[in-house]
Design a protein around this ligand. Structure first.
Ligand SMILES: Nc1ncnc2c1ncn2[C@@H]1O[C@H](COP(=O)(O)OP(=O)(O)OP(=O)(O)O)[C@@H](O)[C@H]1O
Length: 264
């Protein structure tokens, strides 16, 4: 199974955000980081792949099949997008919220195996103690874990994670990315995560894609992409790549000048 994107163009009014963008085959069991500066279009790309916004032209294909030809329900089941803004379904408990996610595309009759699946995912993410809490009572990081549980419980083919660690402390960033990587391999997901932490991307992802100026500027293994001058160019910083004594890649960055730069 593989996911590819061909000549994708997306506009908001007369603002072209993605312009003839291409992604080479992402294979099942692979974990890819999507890097790119603020407002580069990472969320727009995810929403386009998930079929949540209108695209001007181009195709998103899963196993060579254009996803436009799938039913809405089939696409929603196979391609799951975890948005950056965390939802808060105030009236539901964590357990109920995960159960609703499991059942929403497969009929509403709750069977004993459904309860077991919810319990398994709670355990997997170490959030069993939150099961009876209302979503509205959770911290930002806890909500992020529950949002992830809602995805993992349905076992999709493609998982698109929009900054999945943005609300998490260091321990949870590492543990969640470890779980995502492990499940990606075991369940043969095609996983793509937009990450702002370049070093986390290098540590966990099989490959990195850099989105800038409306298209994927480069796609390849972490070492090759992080070593490219165009990474620093995209972020308007000066970079230097190092390797720690344990073999881990580490990208150091500093501003081109000493003054802080406003967001373009
Ligand atoms: N619904 C919308 N209507 C109009 N413009 C939009 C809309 N959504 C996004 N944009 C614009 O499209 C561009 C890309 O936004 P997008 O959210 O995809 O970027 P991003 O790379 O995910 O950003 P960030 O890293 O800051 O989250 C931005 O200039 C943004 O203002």
């Amino acid at each position: 199974m593989s996911l590819s994107v061909t000549n994708l163009t997306v506009n908001y009014g007369d603002h072209t955000v993605l312009n003839e963008l291409n992604i080479e085959d992402l294979q099942k069991g692979s974990f890819t980081a999507l890097l790119g500066p603020n407002a580069a279009g990472k969320s727009t790309l995810f929403k386009s792949i998930a079929g949540l916004i209108k695209t001007k032209s181009g195709a998103v294909s899963l196993n060579g099949r254009d996803l436009k030809k799938c039913s809405k329900m089939e696409r929603a089941r196979d391609v799951i997008y975890l948005p950056q803004a965390l939802y808060s379904t105030l009236a539901l408990s964590v357990f109920e919220s995960i159960l609703v996610s499991l059942k929403q595309n497969s009929g509403w009759r709750v069977r004993p195996e459904d309860i077991k699946k919810v319990a398994e995912v709670l355990e997997l993410l170490n959030i069993g103690h939150l099961a009876a809490k209302n979503i509205g009572e959770l911290s930002g990081g806890q909500k992020q874990l529950v949002a992830l549980a809602r995805i993992l419980v349905v076992k999709p083919k493609v998982i698109l994670l929009d900054e999945p660690t943005s609300a998490l402390d260091l321990h949870h960033q590492l543990s969640i990315l470890t779980v995502i990587k492990k499940l990606t391999i075991e369940r043969e997901f095609i996983t793509v995560a937009a990450l702002h932490d370049v070093n986390l991307a290098a540590k966990f992802c099989d490959q990195i894609m850099l989105l800038d100026k409306g298209s994927i500027q480069t796609q390849g293994d972490a070492h090759n992409v992080l070593a490219m001058p165009l990474l620093g160019k995209a972020y308007k910083v000066q970079t230097s790549l190092e390797r720690s004594s344990s073999g881990q890649l580490y990208l150091d960055a500093k501003l081109l000048n000493d003054s802080a730069q406003a967001m373009a």
